[in-house]
Design a protein around this ligand. Structure first.
Ligand code: SF4
Length: 441
């Protein structure tokens, strides 16, 4: 029997809602019961915010809001267990590389078993192509089912084995920090260019361009900033596969929490992950979706925040200390989430800057944009001298100057797709909500 202890809601002229009594509306069990009976009202964060803007929603009308983020998440690693030889061929691995990306053997020594357990960082770089290929690329190739080459140095000998993910009994993706409650914008306040993981070509200064990260109003932790519903054991999607929250991540704070999550790589979707080459080398793209159950008015009220109300701190790339603040409305409202290629304007220059610098290698001359790889970062809009790449990335005013956004390191379009994927899974009863087993302290 569904519990309904509805509180009285007062609508004020400034759209604020005050809960009188503020009692609980429903429990996770109530919502799961509704999911099972096909009666749950599930909205993506985008659908929910549209209703909020039209002032057409009440807490008792919605059961779950699916939130998501997709962006560069440096704190991503893979833990893999790889069969290399028959038992007895070597005692323990000393060094391991996969597709030339260094991996850390252990912690289990797997003594004389012919198996190596490794941890690979998403930010690790290939030894032969350090500016082009890294851990993020490797994770995506594994999930795509590609064969990867493992090289093991052990007992003074070298062992090589080509494997696919289907041969790995254990392949998990773990984040040490991810899904930050939004992020920041960076610019260069001084003359010249600064190489950085927050740029593709180096950030030009003074005050020439801004690079931004964060999915704004659809970000999971922006919708549950006090971690009322997200806790240890909360069920989430990581790159499309079911995973769980382990704890808060490193550098998590009360103001800007982030999460450590884990999921099996076997069920992941390659287009939600991968490598992204910055002017400081390869980074790792990760996507996370989290369902927010509308259990009470307070949770509902946190969900009402829109892009214009989400702060975007802006920092100088030299010290990364925010010196001013804008908002995510400048990034995601009245801008183009998707970047389009207009082949009529393409002159197929001998050296195509976009083909050379596209951070995900999504563009090839004569072929256009590979949608499955494109991150909608917008770097190509500035790189192409003929304007063959179209997309309004927005501008941010600082000190009276309108500075163009030239790079987005979060892919809102892909995050919205992931939020829709989670919604479909819930509606089709393939994803029930999990009660956290402990609060994230
Ligand atoms: S938006 Fe342009 S530069 Fe960015 S990934 Fe897509 S094609 Fe490459």
């Amino acid at each position: 029997m569904l519990l309904r202890r509805l509180s009285v809601t007062i609508y004020t002229r400034d759209r604020g809602r005050k809960s009188v009594g503020g009692g609980k509306l429903k429990t996770i069990e109530d919502i799961n019961e509704k999911i099972e009976s096909g009666k749950a009202v599930v909205l993506t964060a985008r659908e929910f915010k549209e209703r909020v803007r039209k002032k057409k929603t009440r807490a008792e009308d919605v059961d779950v809001v699916t939130t998501a983020t997709c962006g560069l998440m440096s704190g991503t690693a893979a833990i893999l267990s790889i069969p290399i030889t028959r038992g007895g061929k070597f005692e323990r691995a000393d060094e391991v590389w996969i597709n030339d990306v260094p991996a850390f053997p252990g912690p289990c020594p797997n003594e004389r078993l012919g198996i190596v357990d490794v941890i690979v960082y998403g930010t690790a770089r290939s030894e032969s192509k350090p500016q082009e290929y890294g851990g993020g690329h490797l994770f995506r190739e594994l999930v795509e089912g590609k064969r990867v080459e493992v090289k093991v140095k052990a007992d003074g000998k070298v062992f090589r084995k080509k494997v696919t993910i289907s041969e790995l009994g254990f392949a998990k993706l773990l984040t040490t920090r991810s899904s930050f409650r939004n992020y920041m914008g960076f610019l260069n306040t001084k003359k010249g260019k600064v190489k950085s993981i927050f740029s593709v070509m180096g950030l030009r200064g003074p005050y020439e361009e801004i690079s931004v990260s964060g999915c704004g109003e659809i970000n999971p932790l922006e919708n549950d900033p006090h971690l009322q519903t997200i806790g240890v054991g909360t069920k989430v999607l990581v790159n499309g596969a079911v995973g769980y929250v382990l704890s808060k991540g490193t550098r998590s704070s009360v103001q800007r929490p982030n999460l450590s999550v884990v999921a099996d790589m076997h069920g992941m979707s390659p287009e939600l992950m991968g490598g992204f080459v910055t002017s400081s080398g390869p980074e790792c793209v990760t996507s996370i979706a989290i369902p927010i159950p509308v259990l009470d008015e307070k949770i509902f009220s946190n969900l009402e925040k829109t892009d214009e109300e989400v702060g975007l701190p802006i920092a100088d790339i030299h010290d990364r200390v925010p010196f001013t603040e804008s908002d995510y409305g400048k990034v995601w409202k009245n801008t183009d989430l998707k970047i389009r290629f207009n082949p009529r304007k393409c002159q197929e220059h001998e050296v195509c800057e976009v083909q050379k610098y596209c951070p995900t290698k999504a563009f090839r001359k004569g072929e256009g944009i590979d949608e499955s790889k494109c991150f909608n970062c917008g770097a190509c809009v500035r790189l192409c001298p003929n304007g063959a790449f179209e997309g309004n990335l927005g501008r941010i005013e600082i000190g009276g100057k309108e500075i163009p956004i030239t790079l987005r390191q979060s892919n809102r379009e892909r995050a919205e797709e992931l939020a829709s994927m989670l919604k479909r899974m819930i509606i089709r009863r393939k994803f029930l909500l999990a009660n956290p087993v402990a609060r994230l302290e």
